[in-house]
Design a protein. Structure first.
Length: 199
């Protein structure tokens, strides 16, 4: 696949204020790293990203681009997304890290579900294959980090209640879970794994 910038970012501030969820974010990242649901692929490319909503706004803190393999994130590895333009594929953000290229996908979930407070995007080939015919899926034609993916997510919510897991059919191994907080998003991921890929 060709390397190109899928979305454009505009930094509106270089610093983000310390957010209370950073310790919790790291705690769940450690669990996901241990389970190899986020990390670095054989080509050295980091995968997986987490985000947490900023209180009652549509803004959210998200792990920075290419931070999948970092064990413990600091504030400098995170970005705060403060505006999204889905049609133009643009993100405005604060912070020194570039927000994850899947920021628009996260944004689509926060916009669509007011109860969503945290989103996990991980890679799990087994679970992905197992739930392709079970969970809500985004179109095979929608690649990660594209406006099409964000649009697909919003369409899913417009059609039905989404049971807090979405399978990205056009992004192999790509799974999204979400919940009121990271604990719920993680619990849903573990429950799906147990149900669909019991060892
Ligand atoms: Zn991914």
């Amino acid at each position: 696949m060709s390397e190109y910038i899928k979305f454009s970012c505009e930094r509106v501030a270089t610093e983000i204020t310390l957010f209370g969820g950073l310790a919790e974010l790291n705690a769940y990242r450690r669990k996901l790293l241990d389970l190899r649901l986020i990390g670095v692929d054989p080509n050295g490319i980091g995968f997986g990203n987490l985000s947490v909503r900023d209180d009652a706004t549509d803004n959210f803190y998200i792990t920075g681009s290419a931070t999948g393999g970092i064990h413990e994130l600091t504030l400098a590895d995170c970005a705060k997304v403060v505006a999204c333009d889905f049609e133009r594929n643009r993100v405005r953000y604060e912070g020194s890290a570039l927000p994850s290229s899947e920021s628009l996908t996260h944004a689509a979930i926060y916009e669509s579900d007011a109860t969503a407070g945290a989103v996990i995007h991980c890679h799990d080939t087994q679970l992905w294959a197992a739930v392709l015919n079970e969970a809500p899926i985004t179109s095979k034609a929608a690649d990660y980090g594209t406006p099409e993916m964000a649009n697909e997510i919003m369409q899913l919510f417009a059609r039905a209640n989404v049971p807090k897991i979405v399978v990205m059919a056009g992004h192999e191994a790509g799974i999204l879970t979400f919940g009121k907080d990271l604990e719920e998003a993680f619990t849903i991921l573990m429950r799906e794994q147990q149900e669909f890929t019991p060892e």
